[in-house]
Design a protein around this ligand. Structure first.
Ligand code: MN
Length: 236
């Protein structure tokens, strides 16, 4: 059974040691919080061409990552929810309803991976990276001390994730934080607001970088982060 804290949310203590109550957060923005239809979990369109992130992420990587891995999670989610009450839920509802439930791990893992990958594609754009603009520029200085501190924390935390998982910039209890999650785990399940994510599963970088996870991450941070998307998520 799931561990539940206030608001019916599964426990998120593993994300951080300090876990105070968080206000309900908006789930808009990705079109993933809309009402559900039968066999409804879809792979959203890639927001740019397969070769748009070159030379930092190759078209070949995107072809497999988006075309095979992401699609695989979509298909497995639809198959797993067929004929269950989850069929009537939207993606975020499915993720929240299955988080922390051992018997539903197969559904959670695939559904969360669908959501995380959609968020990952949007977290990057050609001509992105470098210092943030808008609201986030000030918030990053306020909560991390400087952009350099933030960039270093994002690199270190994401690179240091043991095994497969994700690095995140999140808004948690009113403060920006860098966290990482294992496997399919996602802040969206725990009432923590994600602003951007970096996929650190090997399939995200192995064709281009082999074992050099740090180089892959440095290139995203320097050249690809979509700050407009992160700002939009912050203000939503
Ligand atoms: Mn991936």
């Amino acid at each position: 059974m799931a561990n539940k804290d206030q608001g019916g949310m599964p426990r998120r203590d593993f994300l951080l040691t300090a876990a105070a109550g968080a206000a309900a957060l908006s789930l808009g923005g990705l079109g993933l919080a809309k009402s559900a239809q039968a066999s409804h979990i879809k792979k959203p369109p890639l927001p740019y061409a397969e070769n748009a992130l070159e030379p930092y992420i190759s078209a070949r990587t995107i072809k497999y990552h988006y075309g095979k891995h992401h699609l695989g999670y979509v298909k497995k989610t639809n198959k797993a929810i067929k004929g269950t009450p989850y069929e009537k839920m939207d993606l975020v509802q499915i993720i929240r309803a299955t988080a922390g439930k051992r018997d539903e791990a197969h559904i959670f893992n695939n559904a969360a991976q669908v959501w995380n990958h959609t968020f990952y594609w949007l977290s990057m754009r050609p001509g992105g990276g470098g210092k943030p603009m808008g609201e986030l520029a000030g918030r990053i200085n306020q909560d991390f001390g400087s952009y350099q501190n933030f960039a270093q924390a994002l690199l270190k935390t994401s690179k240091g994730r043991f095994g497969s998982g994700w690095g995140w910039l999140v808004l948690m209890d009113g403060k920006l934080r860098v966290i990482s999650t294992p496997n399919a785990e996602t802040p969206i399940a725990y009432n923590v607001k994600p602003l951007l994510t970096l996929d650190v599963w090997e399939h995200a970088y192995y064709l281009d970088y082999q074992n050099r996870r740090g180089d892959y991450l440095k290139n995203i941070i320097k050249h690809l982060i979509n700050w407009e998307f992160a700002n939009k998520n912050l203000l939503e």
